[in-house]
Ligand binder design. Structure first.
Ligand SMILES: Cc1ncc(COP(=O)(O)O)c(C=O)c1O
Length: 400
């Protein structure tokens, strides 16, 4: 059985979530907007899902908008806040290490006259809260900083950033909590954010469903027009089964969070001890303020995509970083923003452990990864030796 160490890309659906979803895919198939019994039964399921998700993050049920996932939640938050705030200003502040669902969305807004500020990060991927405040002008309407990074796991100081943002009037604060939600306690009041993104498939829920927390009284412009669903913030017949599965998975993840996080930290550190002992392998991301199950390494001289493929053949599923850029020639914008050279960034590998990861799997993966990295290094060194040996000598070049 292959070892799955790519939980940051997606997680297996929890049995409890599937069981809770099944009735809404079979007998309770009604449309929650219908007034008859079938509809009311679906509406009850959806209402309960709002309540559960809200409870898990310290919000009110009406502050939860179900969407089709993290990407849509980020789009709704950013475009919704930008268009609603346009009369007041046009400046949007974000960071250079956001997921593309934020980074590409703000760049898209840039085409419509919004001024986008992408703040730099330090070597560990952290943004300085004072730099966020320094970037604020009277025209600023929105700040978006992720809670935890999907490639290197670095946790951003959101509460400190919120404290700075609150010194200025009329600025909305959004955080993408897609990667953080399974492993960090999330309380919207403590974080003091106005908008927060969640995606079900990162914590044992189904794919294609997510939520956006919208603080009561926050004005965002709906991005799809049609029905009155989700209190006019997201038109379209709701994915009832998806919302129900998401709510159950989040409730369970929240209940187990401390135990899971402690175990993952131990397992991640055990894997790190082995891999970081290999020559020239470095940790990327913050050494301590990092997601418990995430280990991202940089092995200069190696090709991350080739390494992922070799690991897969050897029975370990990992990724070069974001699932979105895996397999492409694109170099991680996160690592380059952190100051890594293109060559270093090309040699990156992300091991993301999760709820189902066992100690035996970690030990086996560490041994396999050691073997594969060493073999790839040897092959790269042999290739370089051949290249050097066949390089035209200066004399030969001159004579040619
Ligand atoms: C930080 C972050 N934001 C947003 C997303 C997009 O979520 P979804 O796949 O549900 O659209 C991801 C997915 O990897 C992510 O890691």
């Amino acid at each position: 059985m292959p070892i799955y160490l790519d939980h940051a890309a997606t997680t297996p659906l929890r049995r409890e979530a599937l069981d809770a979803m099944l009735p809404f895919l079979t007998e309770q198939f009604g449309n929650p907007s219908s007034v008859h019994g079938f509809g009311r039964s679906a509406r009850d399921g959806l209402d309960e899902a709002h309540e559960k998700v809200a409870r898990a993050i310290g919000a009110q049920p009406r502050e939860i908008v179900f969407t089709s996932g993290g990407t849509e939640s980020n789009n709704l938050a950013l475009k919704g806040a930008a268009w609603a705030g346009k009369a007041r200003g046009h400046r949007i502040i974000t960071t250079a290490v956001e997921h593309h669902a934020v980074g590409h969305t703000v760049r898209y807004l840039g085409k419509f006259g919004f001024e986008i500020v992408e703040l730099p990060v330090d070597r560990y991927g952290r943004v300085d809260p004072d730099a966020v405040e320094a970037a604020i002008t009277p025209k600023t309407i929105l700040v978006s900083v992720m809670l935890a990074n999907n490639e290197v796991g670095t946790i951003q100081p959101i509460a400190e950033i919120a404290a700075r943002v609150r010194r200025h009037r009329g600025i909305l604060l959004h955080t993408d909590a897609v990667q953080a939600a399974p492993y960090l306690a999330i309380d919207v009041a403590e974080l003091d954010v106005d908008l927060l993104t969640l995606a079900a498939h990162k914590f044992g829920g189904p794919k294609g469903v997510g939520a956006l927390y919208v603080r009561g009284g926050t004005n965002i412009l709906a991005q799809q027009q049609g029905g009155a669903q989700e209190r006019y913030r997201r038109a379209g017949t709701e994915n009832v089964a998806g919302a129900v599965g998401m709510a159950v998975a989040l409730e369970l993840a929240a209940g187990e969070r401390d135990v899971t996080a402690a175990r993952l930290t131990r397992q991640r550190d055990a894997l790190a001890r082995v891999l970081l002992a290999l020559p020239d392998v470095q940790l990327s991301g913050h050494p301590t303020d990092r997601l418990p199950g995430l280990l991202s390494i940089v092995a200069p001289g190696l090709d991350g995509n080739a390494l992922t493929m070799a690991l897969d053949l050897a029975g370990v599923a990992t990724s070069t970083g974001s699932a979105c850029v895996s397999g492409s020639a694109e170099v991680s914008h996160v690592l380059t923003a952190m100051g890594y050279s293109e060559e270093e960034a090309r040699g990156s590998q992300r091991f993301s452990l999760g709820r189902t990861t066992t100690d035996e799997e970690v030990a086996a993966a560490a041994a396999i990864a050691t073997r594969v990295i060493t073999a790839q290094r040897d092959a790269a060194a042999r290739l370089e030796a051949v290249r050097q040996a066949t390089l035209p000598r200066p004399m030969e070049t001159a004579g040619a």
